[in-house]
Design a binder for this molecule. Structure first.
Ligand code: F6P
Length: 340
């Protein structure tokens, strides 16, 4: 049996640990071999595929990025099911492990519906996939964001400034919520909750009045109340989704104009996705990898490995990709008690 494995969409700390877990268990327990598909769906539709023997994955679980490379190529814009079937047959590939986020797993679901033998592994720092309690990469991103906010706070305090820190989170505010709570932010702004600029300035002034340097954490997908559109001045990606980034830079001058407090913005951007995975993410990713190869050997096509409580289970790719896991209002309310 020969299994293809690919990583697709935005990269994420822990991808290499999934690959290593799958390849080692596949070799040791199931006697299957692996083919590494380069740059996600691009490598599959363009037949850019290399053998992935066990010695190639030695020691990679602590490495950031992905040894296979990634892209945001959408297979349905490059031959779709027919092309995927053709390349898999030519390569003697009997199954496929697709590691990715919402866009990748939606493509995997459509391929599975069309008869392609595929199993998904959920990946995203945003933690926005339903049907899994956590995705690997999220813990690392929250740690990096928390440390960054801690650092930005000390410079804000020295200069008696307000600091607006923008973190990733295109549809959901999980990174903002967790990092904001961990770092003791004076406000956390997330896509799920409408907040007006006046309310934000109220929290900023409260913190300033207590002689604190106000720290506002904002998720890139936040839309201030009264506005209709996401701040997405950089066009669309291959899945037709807006490229986000810049809401912090937009809010900072508004806060400064209303409150009179000198305000700076910092966008953490891809720093949150780079570098080594946390211990938690290495463990979760390794467990996902070993469970994914079991699912392939058992021909559980159209499923995704998932974390439920502390157990790894298989769920239907449909349930994982049709509804986003947003932050419940009560989780934000819990944090909001500490704002201002
Ligand atoms: O989907 C994960 C994510 O990290 C989003 O939070 C962010 O909007 C996007 O990727 C950025 O993607 P890119 O690397 O293509 O700019």
């Amino acid at each position: 049996m020969s299994i293809g494995i690919l990583t697709s969409g935005g990269d994420c700390p822990g991808l290499n640990a999934v690959i290593r877990g799958a390849v080692i268990k596949g070799d040791r327990i199931h006697q299957v071999s692996f083919l590494g598909i380069r740059d996600g769906w691009r490598g599959l539709v363009e037949d850019d595929i290399v053998p992935l023997p066990r010695h190639d994955v030695r020691g990679i679980s602590r490495a950031g990025g992905t040894i296979l490379g990634t892209s945001r190529t959408n297979p349905f814009e490059h031959g779709g099911i027919e092309r995927v079937r053709e390349v898999m047959a030519a390569r003697g590939m009997t199954g496929l492990i697709a590691i990715g986020g919402e866009g990748t797993l939606t493509a995997a679901r459509r391929l599975a519906d069309g008869g392609i033998p595929v199993v998904g592994v959920p990946k995203t720092i945003d933690n926005d996939l339903s049907a899994t309690d956590y995705t690997f990469g999220f813990d690392t991103a929250v740690s990096i964001a928390t440390e960054s906010i801690d650092r930005l706070r000390t410079t804000a305090e020295s200069h008696h400034r307000c600091m607006v820190v923008e973190v990733m989170g295109r549809h959901v505010g999980w990174i903002a919520l967790h990092a904001g709570i961990a770092a003791g932010a004076h406000a956390i702004l997330i896509p799920e909750v409408e907040v007006s600029i006046e309310q934000i300035c109220g929290w900023v002034e409260n913190a300033r009045d207590r002689r604190r340097a106000p720290v506002i954490v904002v998720a890139e997908g936040f839309v201030p109340s009264g506005e209709e559109h996401l701040h997405a001045p950089r066009g669309l990606d291959a899945f037709g989704r807006p490229r986000l980034g810049g809401i912090g830079e937009r809010l900072a001058p508004q806060i400064e104009a209303i409150t009179g407090i000198e305000t700076r913005a910092a966008t953490l951007g891809h720093l949150q996705r780079g570098g080594v995975p946390s211990a938690y993410d290495r463990v979760l990713a390794t467990r996902f990898g070993t469970a994914a190869v079991d699912a392939v050997v058992e021909k559980r096509w159209g499923t995704m490995v998932s974390l439920i409580g502390t157990d790894i289970e298989l769920v239907d790719l449909h349930s994982a990709t049709t509804v986003l896991k947003t932050v419940p209002l009560e989780r934000w309310d819990e944090a909001a008690i500490l704002f201002g």
